[in-house]
Write a protein that binds this ligand. Sequence first.
Ligand code: ZN
Ligand code: ZN
Length: 358
Amino acid sequence: MPPNDHPYDAYFEYVGNLHIHSRYSDGAAAVHEIARSAKQVGLDFIILNDHSYMAEYLHLQDEGFYDGLVVLLGLEIGGRYHHYLAYDIKEMISGRSLGPQEVIDRVNAQGGFGFFAHPFEKGMPFSEKSLAYTWNDLSVKGYTGVCIWNFSSRWKERIKTVFHGLFFLLFKSQFLKPPSRKTLSFWDKLCQQKKTAGIGGSDAHGSLFKWHGIRLKPLSYEYLLNSINVHILLYKPLSEDFAEAKAAIYEALRQGRAFIVHENLASARGFKYYYVSDEGWNLTMGEERPFQTGTLFIKIPKEGEIRLIRDGTVERRWRGNQVSFRVKQKGVYRVEVYCHLSVFGWRPWIFSNPIYLR
Ligand SMILES: [Zn+2]
Ligand SMILES: [Zn+2]
């Protein structure tokens, strides 16, 4: 069924974790071990993005169903100032020397697609060796979207001293920062020009951290695979045929028919955000159509603070779990939801892709 005519209550929701590193680059575990952890935390799919300059091959033979979990392999390609999360590629793209536009073009030439990985990251202030891998040339073209929320990047930015390290290790879920304002405003501006999908990622490495004889694994796979997840909406249940399942997952990510969740706070399965026009057609996240008056509906699985953002500005805030909003003007509308934790207050939880009413 074509988009726009699909009934808003008939999507099939699947939860995955993206941007995972394995032993093929600088991660600490093998693909099947990561798949086992993902299965344990209840995910439906995972996508690995090993660094192309560290991995020799694109190990597509490792893709498949692992005890019902879909495992896909992309890459993280690029040099010092452009890390690109590439998906649906058919063969290895190597070379740290490729410029940012070249990376995007090579991915597109293979029928793949991709996202800026962490375009405005700040690095870890505590470690002088910690570099911020920002994306500097924002004039590039042809990318699909932006990873708006990277767990590892956002977590690192809080570590200014040993004390901060210990504190944010204990309360890593409770104090995780939302996507940065810079990233969100960049994304909002892109979306106003044209549809630009947003995703989130864990950037899981499972690495050991060594400091003056102390060895610890601050962010394990088990933890990170249930941190920043991406929920996709499919028109049909996920196929048992691997090629079909892979195509359906990639199509939802390309279109941005998805929302991004900090799942350690609470599961967001069942979150709904859709538009019903007065003429009766409807849209969900990642879909667009010329504007006609209608109503936006937002349902969340538990009470939260809901913010409706129109063209980058907060249009309305509510507390509750089910709200609606009459839309009288065109715009790009997305939703943020904050979840209340006693002591810690309102914490960032769900970030939807926009509904585009042009
Ligand atoms: Zn990176
Ligand atoms: Zn990475």
